[in-house]
Ligand binder design. Structure first.
Ligand SMILES: [Zn+2]
Length: 363
């Protein structure tokens, strides 16, 4: 019976041409809602984490439509730590990526580090574990949810000593790939792969890492983390590590495999900004369908040279190419006569980005 049902479901998937589930990644932007995480001069941790998580998810979906991308939060809301792990377990995650930004009383501290759950040199990393775990105190019933665990008491951390993770090797593998990308491609300061007693990693039943992208308490690094260059560079680094982990030995998709050059001088930053402005195009998306259509298909209602972009199982058809939002608005008004529901979409190079962001970049 079971077998029959299994075969039937596979056949159904094939008939609907839905990709068979291959892999589930749960992306966890740390903090949110009443818990801002670390607060810098210009940036807040919860917002940086959320941006990076959403961007990473988009990149993965774009490159690997067969991968299920699930977020623990997609908006600015508070989610208890244990619920974050529950989301991973309920969805039978194959990989859990928690994204954070660091802070330290030492304003000079800088660099990226990636943690796995473990007790090696745990005392060295107790501060950071305590700080990240302290958020459970915002949860009304934290004492029962975490069986009396007190995030500020060293004694509580003794329980981690008994811990044996089945996923240690794979977690270490992914963490190492992330650090390698941060250091090799993005030239971030390397604080290495470390082990610490993070509650959020304790309950997940899959390879799990916690990434600290950099120090929001360090002026230069905060500026980098909050910049467009920084945001994209960091997300691409994690994305590439994901590619290598998900498809060991296979090449990273061409679109994203260009080496990220991080501009450092004022002049380079200005140049990069100009480059981004030039690189933006707006198009009018007229409809989505699962079917590949020939160029002169009547469905285009006479619109010529429509382009097509794959998004998961969908093919999005688009018309026109404008350099500014104002131009796109005008074009949309004419296209609306044929396609009442058409929308404006934006691209940076080949990568689709939010229209709002495209407008911001062009300011
Ligand atoms: Zn954090």
């Amino acid at each position: 019976m079971e077998m029959k049902r299994y075969i039937a479901s596979i056949m159904l998937c094939m008939a609907m041409s839905v990709p068979v589930h291959a892999f589930t990644v749960v992306i966890d932007p740390g903090h949110g809602g009443d818990d801002p995480g670390a607060i810098g001069r210009i940036a807040r941790e919860k917002t940086l984490n959320l941006n990076a998580a959403l961007q990473l998810g988009e990149m993965i979906k774009e490159a690997y439509p067969e991968v299920d991308v699930i977020y623990t939060r997609q908006t600015d809301v508070f989610i208890p730590l244990h619920k974050r792990a529950d989301i991973a377990n309920k969805n039978k995650a194959d990989l859990f990526i928690s994204i954070h930004s660091n802070a330290s009383d030492n304003r000079n501290a800088s660099g990226a580090e990636t943690f796995v759950l473990g007790t090696e040199r745990m005392e060295d990393n107790l501060d950071i574990a305590m700080r990240e775990n302290a958020v459970i105190k915002l949860e009304a019933d934290y004492q029962s949810s975490y069986e009396g665990f007190d995030p500020n008491s060293i004694d509580s951390y003794i329980m981690f000593d008994l811990l044996q993770s089945d996923y240690m090797n794979q977690s270490l593998q992914f963490a190492t790939l992330v650090q390698k990308q941060f250091v090799d491609s993005l030239k971030r300061g390397d604080r290495g792969v470390r082990q610490a007693a993070f509650l959020v990693l304790l309950r997940t039943a899959c390879p799990s890492v916690l990434i600290e992208m950099g120090f929001i308490s360090n002026r230069d690094e905060e500026r980098f983390l909050a910049s467009e260059e920084g945001k994209i560079g960091i997300t691409r680094s994690i994305f590439r590590a994901f590619s290598q982990f998900y498809r060991p030995g296979k090449a990273v998709p061409a679109l994203l495999s260009d080496t990220v050059v991080v501009p450092t001088t004022e002049q380079q930053i200005a140049q990069a900004r100009e480059q981004q402005k030039v690189d933006i195009t707006y198009k009018i998306q007229i409809f989505s369908t699962r079917k590949k259509l020939p160029k002169n298909d009547p469905a285009f209602k006479g619109l010529k040279n429509c382009t097509c972009k794959k998004d998961g199982v969908w093919l999005k058809y688009m018309y026109g190419s404008c350099k500014t939002y104002a131009e796109a608005k005008k074009l949309q008004a004419t296209v609306k006569k044929k396609f009442a529901d058409c929308i404006i979409v934006a691209f940076q190079g080949d990568e689709q980005i939010l229209v709002k962001r495209a407008i911001e970049l062009q300011k």
